[in-house]
Design a protein around this ligand. Structure first.
Ligand SMILES: O=C[C@H](O)COP(=O)(O)O
Length: 235
């Protein structure tokens, strides 16, 4: 049975540290894995704060190289040194904003594995691709081309049109994609991401082959993230 994971992606936001303490107080002994992915500048500080607690930390992206002349970038080794256990790769916001290709994302995931991190590989279709009936082809291609050949990873299915929009796919639509992912990755934790809230978390976690969530906006406060964690624990 794959690990259950509630992962928060803070994106370019910096919640008050009181929110982190409130989350810790609400989940002193969680039965699922909890992960917070802050901006790179906060990672070392947050990892230190969470040291010895059940909450782990992750990066939001990494370079393919371990070091070198790459202005503005952060390597997987640096994330690891700052306390991270995971790193998100291939988030749709990076695919869109930085033109990241599946080949580049795969190299990032391999760099993460080489550094001892678990990559969280994000895949998902745009609205145009869904409307054109291409969803399964797109996610299968992103998985095949973006996934390292060996190594433990986490996969996050995030339909681009559901991210930060308040729109979520139907349970059947999520189930269809996650069934395909399970066929390709039998033992890999499969997360759903895109407008996950306390109000819809239980319904999403009841879908076969959904092992958790990659949460954006609702991970920024303990009041919003805690019910999602509780729903995953109850699933
Ligand atoms: O990485 C997280 C996803 O992009 C989901 O973001 P959201 O929960 O704000 O829709």
């Amino acid at each position: 049975m794959p690990q259950k994971i509630a992962a928060g992606n803070w994106k370019m936001n910096a919640p008050d540290s009181a929110e982190v303490q409130k989350l810790l107080d609400a989940h002193p002994a969680p039965s699922v894995s909890i992960l917070l992915c802050p901006p790179a500048t906060l990672l070392a500080q947050l990892s230190k704060y969470l040291d010895g607690t059940p909450i782990a930390t992750g990066g939001q992206d990494c370079h393919t190289a371990a070091s070198g002349a790459h202005t503005g970038d952060v390597s997987a080794d640096m994330l690891r040194a700052a306390g991270a256990t995971h790193v998100i790769v291939g988030h749709s916001e990076r695919r869109a904003d930085h033109g990241e290709t599946d080949a580049l994302i795969r190299a990032k995931a391999e760099a993460a594995l080489n550094a001892g991190l678990t990559p969280i590989l994000c895949i998902g279709e745009t609205l145009e691709e869904r409307d054109a009936g291409q969803t399964l082809d797109v996610v299968a291609r992103q998985l095949t081309d973006g996934r390292p050949e060996t190594g433990t990873i986490v996969i996050a299915y995030e339909p681009v049109w559901a991210i930060g929009t308040g729109r979520t796919p139907t349970t059947d639509q999520i189930a269809e994609v996650h069934a395909l992912l399970r066929d390709h990755a039998p033992d890999t934790p499969l997360l759903y991401g895109g407008s996950v809230k306390g109000a819809n978390a239980a319904e999403i976690f009841a879908i076969p082959n959904v092992d958790g969530a990659l949460v954006g906006g609702a991970s920024l406060t303990a009041d919003a993230f805690s019910p999602i964690i509780a729903a995953l624990e109850a699933s």
